[in-house]
Design a protein around this ligand. Structure first.
Ligand SMILES: NC(=O)c1ccc[n+]([C@@H]2O[C@H](COP(=O)([O-])OP(=O)(O)OC[C@H]3O[C@@H](n4cnc5c(N)ncnc54)[C@H](O)[C@@H]3O)[C@@H](O)[C@H]2O)c1
Length: 266
């Protein structure tokens, strides 16, 4: 029985708890949220994880695995310390690793604790193929994120442009994954995941497109290298129970967690 602490109980965390409520091989024993989120987390816990304690830090003992679905601050506050104590961690907020020095600090904490931090694939697929291809050498990796114009409101895409007036697909950003993460942090998770699996934040090309012809978020990854070439396009649907998040991100986190408890995993 794997005893798990879940950090964050928002769109992803609460949907994970719902999916995991009947799993025999693992038990969510702690839900870690700041005081401001504790009432909402208790409500979710009552429905899906009645045995879990809602608290503001990861218990120092009795935890086999930590799962983060909360954001950059939670990695700083909880994940680094858990790793240093020797508790393995799964991280969903991969975009946070675009911050200078954070990947190195996570590595150092995991090394000090003799454990491992795993970044989940989240909303994007083919991360296994991309990372394997890197072993033989990658030449180019390009990620294109395509969303309806309204989805780019409140971002630098609005500078000098009326998003409501767009009648055709318009490239709103082209540059490195590092620049993309800084300018468009809400898009940072997929760009960072593709980068960390492949050519890194500076050599991964990112293109962001406002497209009046699409209604979903469309992710495309194109990679070339010694292995050959691939193109992946994903049109992710929101989770029925929680339209704020893409279903695949939740499924990816649940799968990563179940793999830790399963005698055979893929
Ligand atoms: N890897 C991916 O593909 C992918 C996709 C979508 C979202 N994400 C990331 O997953 C994370 C969670 O997303 P969400 O939609 O569930 O967010 P959300 O805002 O719905 O929920 C966040 C939860 O974290 C809690 N929280 C905030 N700060 C915290 C802290 N310092 N310590 C502990 N808990 C804290 C909040 O109380 C809340 O319960 C975000 O960082 C988001 O960027 C990753």
């Amino acid at each position: 029985m794997l005893r798990v602490a879940l950090i964050g109980c928002g769109a992803i965390g609460s949907s994970m708890l719902e999916l995991l409520r009947s799993d025999a091989g693992l038990r969510i024993v702690a839900i870690v949220v700041p005081a401001s989120g504790s009432e909402a987390a208790r409500d979710v816990a009552r429905r899906f994880a009645p045995e879990a304690l809602v608290q503001d830090s990861v218990p120092a003992e009795g935890i086999d695995l930590v799962v983060e679905a909360a954001g950059h601050a939670a990695i700083e506050e909880h994940v680094l310390a858990a790793l240093a104590r020797g508790t393995p961690c799964l991280v969903a907020s991969v975009g946070a690793l675009s911050a200078a020095g954070l990947p190195e600090r996570l590595e150092a904490a995991a090394r000090a604790g003799g454990t491992q931090v795993q970044l989940i694939a989240g909303a994007i697929g083919a991360i296994d193929a991309l990372a394997a291809a890197g072993t033989g050498g990658l030449d180019t990796v390009r990620y294109t994120g395509r969303k309806p114009p309204s989805a780019w409101k409140g971002t630098p895409a609005e500078h000098g442009r009326n998003l409501d007036a767009l009648t055709q697909a318009t490239v709103i950003f082209e540059g490195s994954a590092r620049e993309a993460s800084a300018l468009y942090p809400k898009n940072a998770n997929v760009a960072a995941t593709v980068s960390l699996a492949g050519l890194g934040l500076d050599r991964t090309q990112v293109r962001l497109v406002a497209d009046p012809a699409v209604t979903d978020n469309v992710h495309t990854v194109e990679a070339q290298g010694a292995f050959g070439q691939f193109e992946l396009t994903m049109r992710n649907k929101p989770l029925a129970a929680n339209p704020k998040t893409s279903a695949l991100t939740v499924y990816s986190a649940v799968r990563a967690l179940r793999n830790r408890a399963a005698p055979l995993c893929i």
